[in-house]
Design a protein around this ligand. Structure first.
Ligand code: PEP
Ligand code: MG
Length: 574
C-alpha cells in the first residue's frame, strides 16, 4: 500500500531507497515463570544471546568508520569487558535456576541491582559507568527478544538504504558519518537539533519530526525521501517513482552546476563584499570546507571531539586536532568554539541530565563550573593558535559576570603556558556567541569587551520563542522570521557595527538560501554555515543588491502577519 508521511525537511535533496529500521527504544521486558523442565533450554537461550551480543560488539569494533573518534574502539572494548563479567554473564543464570523466571526478566533484575550499586559510588565518573552497564544489558535484551540492535554498523549499507529511526542522537550521527546510506528519517527531532545539523553537513536528504514513521514503515519498504519539502512516500506507484527520479536527476544537475561558483568572488551585484565561512564538527569536514571555497571556518564545534567516548580528550590530543585544522586551512581563519556540551549533546561522563537541560548547565556555564576541563581546552586552543589564524569563540554567554570570568580564565591559561615555556598567539581574537536574548539585547556591551560576535540563531530562536529546538511536537512553531528574532539579530549587527567589531551569523539561518537576502538587508556581511550549502548561499549573494534588500528587510522587522511575511520574503527573493 502506498502512503505518504509529512514531517520537517531538514536536509535537501531527494533519495530513493529501501527502508532499514533501527531501534533505540528501551526494550520491553517480558516476565513469566518457567516449568522446571525448560530451565536448561532457557539457560542455553541466555548463553546464545550473550554470544550473539559478543559477536555484534566485535563486528562493530571491526567496522568503526575511519573518521570516528579513536576512543570508540576503547568504548566497545569496555562494553565487551562488561559483557564478559560474571555479574552480567553468570548471575542472571543463577536467578533463572533459583526463581524459574525467564532470561529477560533475570537479566533486567540483575541490571537494576547493578545500577543501584553504581548509584552508591561517590565518584561521579565511576557512577556514570552505570550507563554502560545499561547499554550492554540492552543489547543482550535485544538479542533475547529478537529486536535489531541500535546502530546498524554491522549491516552492509549500500547507497540504496534509507535509515528509519525513532530518534538519533548527535553522537549516533557522528558514527554514521562514514556509513553510506541514501537518507535518514526520524520520528523525533527539530530542524535545528544537532542531529539535523549533522545531516545537513553530510549533505544527506533527511526528514525529521515524522512522529510515527518508525511504527508505520516496515523493513524493505521502498521509500522516496524529499528532504526539501519534508515528505516521505512509502511504496510509491510507478508514475510517482518516475516523477521523483526526474526531480532527483534535476537536483543532481543543479548541485553540480553550483560547483562552478567555487572560485568566483563573493560580493553582491552592487559590489558589497560578503564573507562566506564554514561550520565544521570534525577534522574530516575540512575537505568539504575547501571544496566549497570557504573564506575560513566560522564555527568549529569542538564538543564533537568529546562525544562517543568515556574519557576526556587530553590537552595534547585536543591540541593535535585544533592544530591539524589550523594548518589545513593554511592561514585562513579558524574559529574554535569552546566546549558547548549539554542539552542534546550529552557526553557519557557528563552531569546527570537536568529536567530542563537547554536551560541548565550547558556550554560556557558548564565550562565555568568545571575549571579543570575548561583550562585544558583553553591551553590546547591557545597552543594551536600559533599554527594558523586561530580565533576563540565562547558559546551561550548571557551575563557580564560570565564574560569577565571567562576572560580571566583565558588570561590564566595564557599565564600557565608562559610558565611552561609554551608558545601561543598572545593576540588571539576572542569572540562571543550571541544566542540568548539577554546577550542580544545587551550586545553593545559584549561587542565592546570582545573582538567579534557570532549570532547563534539556532539557540537564539529557541530561547526567544521558548521552543525546544529538538522537540518535534513544537517544531512547527520554530520561526526564524518572527519579528522578535529578526529585531534581536538586527540589534546585534548594529551594536557590532557601532563598536567597530565584526558580527557573523553561524546558526542555520546563515545556510538557508531563502534567508540570504533578508540577512543582507539586516546588515549582515559574514555568514557561517555547513559547507554543503555554501555555494547555494553564494549564488544568492551574487544575485542580490543590498540597496534593494534593506527596505524590504526593514518591513519584515515590523510585520506580524504570516501571509504578508510570505509575500515580503517572495519579493525579497524574486
Ligand atoms: C546556534 O545556536 O545557532 C549555533 C550555531 O550553535 P549550536 O547549533 O551548536 O548550538
Ligand atoms: Mg548554539
Amino acid at each position: 500500500m502506498s502512503f505518504s508521511l509529512h514531517g520537517i525537511g531538514v536536509s535537501g535533496g531527494i533519495a530513493i531507497g529501501y527502508a532499514h529500521l533501527t531501534s533505540n527504544a528501551r526494550v520491553e521486558v517480558p516476565q513469566y515463570m518457567l516449568d522446571r523442565k525448560y530451565i536448561k533450554d532457557e539457560l542455553a537461550r541466555f548463553d546464545e544471546a550473550i554470544l550473539a551480543t559478543r559477536t555484534e560488539l566485535e563486528t562493530l569494533r571491526n567496522h568503526i568508520p575511519a573518521n570516528a573518534p579513536a576512543e570508540l574502539s576503547a568504548f566497545l572494548d569496555m562494553h565487551l569487558m562488561f559483557l564478559g563479567d560474571s555479574m552480567i554473564a553468570e548471575v542472571p543464570k543463577r536467578l533463572i535456576r533459583e526463581t524459574q523466571c525467564n532470561a529477560e526478566w533475570a537479566l533486567a533484575q540483575q541490571m537494576e541491582a547493578l545500577v543501584a550499586r553504581f548509584e552508591e559510588i561517590d565518584d561521579a565518573y565511576l557512577r556514570s559507568r552505570q550507563e554502560d552497564v545499561v547499554q550492554v544489558v540492552q543489547r543482550v535484551l535485544k538479542a533475547l527478544t529478537g529486536h535489531p540492535s541500535h546502530l546498524p554498523l554491522d549491516v552492509d549499507f549500500d547507497s540504496e538504504r534509507v535509515l528509519v529511526a525513532h530518534e538519533l542522537s548527535p553522537a549516533d550521527m557522528i558514527v554514521f558519518k562514514n556509513v553510506h546510506f541514501a537518507a535518514f528519517i526520524t520520528d523525533l527531532g527539530g530542524t535545528t537539533s544537532h542531529t539535523a545539523i549533522l545531516a545537513r553537513s553530510m549533505a544527506m536528504p533527511s526528514v525529521m519530526a515524522l512522529h510515527n514513521a518508525h511504527g508505520l514503515i516496515r523493513d524493505h519498504d521502498l521509500l522516496i525521501v524529499d528532504g526539501r519539502d519534508g515528505v516521505v512516500i512509502v511504496n510509491p506507484d510507478e508514475s510517482v517513482l518516475a516523477e521523483y527520479r526526474l526531480r532527483q536527476n534535476q537536483w543532481r544537475i543543479d548541485t553540480d552546476k553550483l560547483k562552478r561558483l567555487k572560485t568566483s568572488k563573493s560580493s553582491t551585484l552592487d559590489g558589497v563584499p560578503i564573507e562566506l565561512m564554514a561550520n565544521i564538527e570534525l577534522l574530516d569536514d575540512v575537505d568539504a570546507v575547501k571544496a566549497a571555497g570557504a573564506h575560513g571556518i566560522g564555527l568549529f564545534r569542538s564538543e564533537f571531539l568529546f562525544l562517543n567516548r568515556n574519557d576526556l580528550p587530553t590537552e595534547d590530543e585536543q591540541y593535535a586536532s585544533y592544530k591539524a585544522v589550523a594548518e589545513a586551512l593554511d592561514g585562513k581563519p579558524v574559529t574554535i568554539r569552546t566546549l558547548d556540551l549539554g542539552a542534546d549533546k550529552q557526553a557519557p561522563w557528563g552531569h546527570t541530565m537536568a529536567d530542563n537541560p537547554a536551560l541548565g548547565l550547558r556550554a560556557i556555564r558548564l565550562c565555568l563550573a568545571e575549571p579543570g576541563l575548561f583550562h585544558t581546552q583553553l591551553r590546547a586552543i591557545l597552543r594551536a593558535s600559533r599554527h594558523g589564524q586561530v580565533r576563540m569563540l565562547i558559546p551561550m554567554l548571557a551575563s557580564f559576570v560570565e564574560l569577565q570570568q571567562t576572560l580571566q580564565r583565558i588570561q590564566a591559561a595564557k599565564a600557565s603556558l608562559r610558565k611552561d615555556g609554551l608558545k601561543f598567539d598572545d593576540d588571539i581574537l576572542i569572540g562571543g556567541m550571541i544566542e540568548v536574548p539577554a546577550a542580544a539585547l545587551t550586545a553593545g556591551f559584549f561587542a565592546e569587551q570582545l573582538d567579534f560576535l557570532s549570532i547563534g540563531t539556532n539557540d537564539l530562536i529557541q530561547y526567544t520563542l521558548a521552543i525546544d529546538r529538538a522537540d518535534d511536537s513544537v517544531a512547527h512553531l520554530y520561526d526564524p522570521l518572527h519579528p522578535a528574532v529578526l529585531n534581536l539579530i538586527q540589534h546585534t549587527i548594529r551594536a557590532g557595527a557601532k563598536a567597530g567589531k565584526p558580527v557573523s551569523v553561524c546558526g542555520e539561518m546563515a545556510g538557508d538560501p531563502l534567508l540570504t537576502r533578508l540577512l543582507l538587508g539586516l546588515g549582515l556581511r559574514i555568514f557561517s554555515m555547513h559547507p554543503a550549502s555554501l555555494l547555494q548561499v553564494k549564488q544568492q549573494v551574487l544575485k542580490a543588491q543590498v540597496g534593494e534588500t534593506t527596505p524590504i528587510a526593514l518591513k519584515l522587522l515590523k510585520n506580524t502577519d504570516p501571509d504578508r511575511t510570505a509575500l515580503l520574503l517572495n519579493r525579497l527573493n524574486g
